[in-house]
Design a protein around this ligand. Structure first.
Ligand code: G4P
Length: 189
């Protein structure tokens, strides 16, 4: 998505070979107009997949996922991160490792809002190692629902996330695919 790549080049900061800071439009401040375009782009790509709900992971996935749900005219379900195990049979819970943040959390989702007939589009801000997205897929599968696809705003293609998700047989659609990061340099595929 050209407008997103331009925004990344203008405002993104590669702080080292692994991390791109996008605080000005995605993580701290949100460019809502850009999110609207992102939502429409995801909706266009997945329009023939009979999506019944969009799901995302708190917190930075919420903005792009909200605008995608709006464009598809379906509800948004938020999966939450809890530091400790949730011993509660109202929730699905999957232990998840974040290599970027070097922590482990439990990704949880209310059983009430995931039904077996649901066809879910998962949206997230970054794809790095694919841990968050694969845990989100596990939760959808625990509900007996279907994962219709995964939409990612920024994919770091030099990390193994895409490969991991494709092995699980899911359609991954990323709006910006980064081939290489270096302090002050961002290169797209
Ligand atoms: P993975 O799911 O693909 O394996 O990624 P990982 O756990 O390693 O990423 C954990 C968190 O770090 C996620 O945020 C993700 O968005 C963020 N992240 C990963 N790479 C980058 C990057 O290059 N730049 C930025 N800005 N963030 C990155 P999170 O913990 O879910 O935080 P938030 O959604 O509450 O902001």
């Amino acid at each position: 998505m050209k407008i997103l790549e331009e925004k990344i080049l203008k405002e993104g900061q590669a702080i080292d070979k692994d991390i791109l800071k996008v605080d000005s439009f995605l993580n701290q401040q949100v460019d809502v107009e850009l999110m609207e375009k992102i939502g429409k782009e995801f909706a266009k790509h997945f329009e023939n997949k009979n999506i019944t709900k969009v799901a995302t992971i708190e917190s930075s996935g919420i903005a792009p996922a909200t605008l995608t749900a709006l464009a598809l005219n379906v509800p948004l379900v938020i999966f939450k991160k809890q530091p400790s195990k949730v011993l509660n049979d109202e929730f699905y819970s999957v232990e998840t490792i974040s290599f970027t943040k070097r922590n482990t959390y439990n990704l949880i989702a209310s059983k009430k809002y995931l039904l077996k007939d649901d066809n879910i589009l998962i949206i997230d801000d970054f794809l790095a190692n694919g841990e968050a997205s694969s845990s989100a897929m596990k939760i959808v599968n625990m509900a007996g629902a279907n994962v219709a696809g995964i939409g990612i705003v920024i994919e770091k293609s030099f990390q193994p996330g895409r490969e991991k998700l494709e092995k699980l047989g899911v359609d991954v659609y990323s709006l910006a695919r980064i081939k290489k990061l270096e302090k002050g340099i961002v290169e797209f595929i």
